[in-house]
Design a protein around this ligand. Structure first.
Ligand code: MN
Length: 331
């Protein structure tokens, strides 16, 4: 996997959290689904629904032949093993646990099945445009604006050498773009895929020949951002309830950090600024600025309280404001 863009630094420790969450979803003896082989899900629209952007011919071959082949090979590889029928998102996060002679087949074919199962519902007729709500806010946090994000996604799709995918992913604290080779999925690296573009030649050659850039533009006209918003809303989040529950004093009144509003942040900033001139209070000035930054962030995101903000922003603010006390080395 290649991280194409991640304006806000390296992924946090959340991948371990996500791994634990996923592996908790085990197949019990009463969950009969687990013993069933994989199958190709129906398209959520007719084969010709994405015309003229993606042709009916491509959709028929891509869905009925290519996806079916991944399903058949995945079922063949896993038949009779303890891994048979295990949900793809679980097996793909446990590649290291697989016997070596199964690993490549799983990566390619369970990966192929999972990737394409994400791909079909990530498109729709009359798609395109841009997402709204919290996903748009998260995209702006990372990329500044939607145009920069779209340009980066295009560049990622073009940069993947040979077969693979470009993805918008979420690590639990922020969104960013990665590419994967072959049928690898970002979930194997602890990241939640929100939307991915298939840049295998089989996805476009019949209609666009070698013009991958034209295909990427066409795909941007059918991508279903609402589906990505739903995946974003459902993506695992690190547990920050402890941070949200911490007590802070706003003008002498104790409040939970998660309940802090825009007005609270402004009030606290003003109070601390009044104290900031004192020599013994040298640190107060920077904390006052932290409160005024938090006020701007709440305002920019249209968030009623701190609890409505993205986890990564909540934790960063809590550190800046010493709601999470600095380590001893920092004092
Ligand atoms: Mn494909």
């Amino acid at each position: 996997m290649v991280v194409v863009s991640m304006a806000l630094g390296a992924p946090g420790p959340v991948s371990a959290v996500r791994r634990a969450n996923l592996s908790r979803r085990r197949c019990g003896p009463r969950v009969m689904m687990c013993a069933m082989a994989y199958s190709v899900p129906d398209l959520p629209y007719p084969y010709d629904a994405l015309e003229p952007h993606i042709s009916e011919e491509i959709m028929r071959i891509h869905h009925d032949k290519h996806h079916q082949a991944y399903v058949d090979k995945a079922n063949g590889a896993l038949a009779g093993t303890e891994w048979e029928g295990m949900p793809p998102e679980e097996i793909l996060t446990r590649l290291d646990d697989l016997p070596e002679d199964l690993r490549d087949a799983v990566r390619d074919n369970v990966g192929g099945h999972y990737n394409h199962s994400l791909f079909w519902p990530a498109m729709k007729p009359e798609g395109g445009g841009q997402p709204g709500g919290k996903l748009l806010a998260a995209i702006k946090d990372t990329f500044g604006n939607f145009k920069v994000f779209k340009d980066t996604l295009r560049a990622a799709a073009m940069s993947q050498f040979g077969s693979g995918w470009a993805w918008l992913v979420d690590d639990g604290t922020r969104v960013f773009i990665v590419t994967t080779s072959n049928q690898d999925n970002p979930i194997s690296d602890g990241l939640a895929p929100l939307v991915g573009i298939d840049v295998w030649e089989h996805a476009y050659y019949l209609q666009y020949e070698n013009r991958r850039a034209d295909y990427v533009e066409a795909w941007l006209n059918v991508v279903d951002w609402e589906a990505a918003q739903d995946l974003y809303a459902a993506a695992p989040r690190p547990d920050i309830s402890d941070v949200l529950a911490r007590s802070v004093s706003i003008a002498g009144t104790e409040k939970r950090f998660g309940d802090i509003t825009l007005d609270d942040a402004r009030t606290q900033s003003a109070e601390l600024k009044a104290l900031a001139g004192w020599g013994p209070m040298a640190k107060v000035g920077s904390i006052a600025r932290g409160w005024s930054d938090l006020a701007s962030t709440l305002d920019k995101h249209g968030a009623a309280t701190v609890a409505d903000l993205h986890a990564g922003i909540v934790v960063a603010s809590a550190k800046e404001l010493w709601v999470i006390p600095p380590g001893r080395s920092m004092v």
